[in-house]
Design a protein around this ligand. Sequence first.
Ligand code: GAR
Length: 194
Amino acid sequence: MQKLTGNKKKNVAVFISGNGSNLKNLINHSLKKKSKFKVCLVISNNSKAKGLYFAKKFNIKNKIIKYSNIKIAEKKAILELKKNNIKLICLAGFMKILSKSFIKKFCGKIINIHPSLLPKYKGLNTHQRAINNNERYSGCSVHYVNQKLDSGKIILQKKVKILKNDTSKKLAKRILKQEHLLFPKALNKVLSSL
Ligand code: GAR
């Protein structure tokens, strides 16, 4: 169980679809005394997401919600968010697009981590596209989610140099390391202003 320091920590939910390395990292940060958040809920659209293991390991409530019908899925998600008094939603490798009405409902309360230096390379396959375009740098961004894909206000970014003979796999690995530093920092920053 996570230790709470008084009642200061704010409840956050993390949405995932896959490996969950960012989720694991956020959970570890949340256990620190100075952290402003507590991960109280994990939602995955994928029952096979490896990240679910971390939720279970740390005894965090986790829900698998199929997104085949987005209306039904979001209704279920909203219910869970309310039940758990969630103040902020973190998208950490969540590969589904949220509906406009869901985003409107949680305006300013959803943040996402994206593996590029936004506004460059929105969407998928970011690393290969950056390499193909002979970019000198790529990186990662944490941003607010608005109704346009990967276009909300940027909270924090970190540059990562693209090396000679880089592959998308190698670059992804180096960027992921930086994501793990950036996401908790951005989350704490957002929560201090809530
Ligand atoms: C991360 O690189 C994240 O930035 C990316 O998926 C990966 C998830 O890794 N997100 C997106 O591409 C969203 N468009 P993780 O499951 O190990 O945290």
